[in-house]
Design a protein around this ligand. Structure first.
Ligand SMILES: Nc1nc2c(ncn2[C@@H]2O[C@H](COP(=O)(O)OP(=O)(O)O)[C@@H](O)[C@H]2O)c(=O)[nH]1
Ligand SMILES: [Mg+2]
Length: 352
């Protein structure tokens, strides 16, 4: 069995790459599955994988390291139910120290397994980090970001289609200087060839067993995690004039607009309409979304927001957006599930 762990900051493209890679392997007849992970209650990514038909499990309510038992039972259940040969496991975007707390314990539990770690980095954010850090995020958040890259055997510099060739060439030089000895891939996860190259690399990676546990300050790590407020919320939009999908689109765009107006830095902001239509906003992305709309009296919306402010601020902001859409249209919006919090101090089950 192969277990490919993905770490990397929120929004770096982990789910996109897993989706493409799992599809490619499944087409080759290789039994492949996915484990998504989050601290909240319900994941846009997990629900998204369900809609694609790729076998998967969700570990929620805490990261893999603090929830190792749930990760382990997910692996066992995928092996039993799906005869899985390859598992992609995506860790929470603000989580690090996974060599010591996930990879090494997995190698002890599954000595015959090949376990790899790929740390994903959005090339645009990476560029800011390499040029002396960024004041976009708090410095404790930057600390987590750099620890994720430091511990992985493979760094995937992703979204390389989003910068020009000259800048890319500069980043390649800087990365080779900063991380000698690591495998560094430059990737566009939307392109099949790049995904095939990544699959090939992780297939042949056999140095994971010799990866060193990080030297890491848990107080700084915990402070960085706690800088981001989390909101997971499920809503239903009821419309008597069949405009529920239009209103869902309006609500999604209004929430994003309000976050931008408040100048809250986005870790990630993902929404899923009717369990199939996935929308992802980043700090660089300011176009409004447009979805395909059919007349409908009901639409559902799942929101996963990880934003650098207090969770309560995000709750208020979404609630104000909901009120505004209700008043303007006369529709009824019901929140039926919500979890809002700052992540607590990371307490891994194992640390080897
Ligand atoms: N242009 C471009 N966009 C990408 C690439 N990989 C991912 N994305 C987009 O980046 C956003 C976040 O991706 P996602 O896979 O959800 O990130 P995750 O939070 O790391 O799982 C989505 O809108 C993706 O479509 C890439 O290589 N190029
Ligand atoms: Mg993801």
């Amino acid at each position: 069995m192969k277990i490919h762990l993905l770490s990397g900051f929120l929004g770096s493209g982990k789910t996109t790459a897993i989706h493409a890679a799992a599809r490619t392997l499944l087409q080759q007849g290789i039994h492949t599955s996915v484990i998504t992970n989050d601290q909240g209650i319900k994941l846009v990514d997990g629900d998204f994988f369900k809609s694609t038909g790729i076998p998967g499990r969700q570990v929620t309510g805490g990261c893999f390291c603090c929830n190792f038992a749930a990760l382990d039972s997910s692996i066992q259940s995928l092996v039993t139910a799906n005869n899985t040969a390859v598992i992609f496991a995506e860790s929470v975007g603000s989580c690090t120290d996974i060599v010591a707390t996930v990879l090494k314990p997995l190698l002890q539990f599954y000595p015959a397994a090949q376990v790899t770690i790929s740390a994903f980095a959005d090339v645009r954010l990476l560029q800011l980090m390499l040029n002396g850090g960024t004041n976009l995020f708090d410095e404790t958040v930057n600390y987590i970001y750099l620890k994720q890259l430091e511990e992985a055997g493979i760094i995937v510099v992703n979204k390389m289609d989003l910068i020009d060739q000259t800048t890319l060439a500069e980043i390649k030089v800087l990365m080779q200087q900063k991380y000698p000895g690591k495998i560094i891939l430059f990737q566009n996860s939307m392109v099949e060839n790049d995904i095939v190259k990544w699959i090939d690399t992780i297939n042949h990676e056999d140095s994971s067993g010799s990866l060193a546990s990080l030297d890491i300050n848990y107080d700084t790590y915990a402070a960085g995690e706690a800088k981001l407020g989390w909101l997971d919320q499920e809503l239903e939009i009821h419309s008597s004039d069949n405009s529920a999908l239009q209103l869902a689109e309006d609500l999604v765009n209004l929430i994003y607009k309000k976050i931008v107006e408040q100048r809250y830095v986005i870790g990630h902001l993902k929404m899923l309409i009717n369990a199939t239509n996935k929308i992802s906003f980043t700090n660089d992305h300011d176009v409004m979304v447009e979805i395909k709309k059919t007349p409908s009296t009901l639409a559902t919306l799942l929101i996963n927001a990880r934003v650098q402010t207090d969770a309560e601020d995000i709750v208020q902001l979404v609630s104000a957006a909901v009120d505004q859409i209700e008043k303007r249209s006369g529709c009824k919006i019901v929140v039926f599930n919500q979890s809002a919090f700052q992540p607590g101090y990371p307490k891994p089950l194992y640390r080897l």
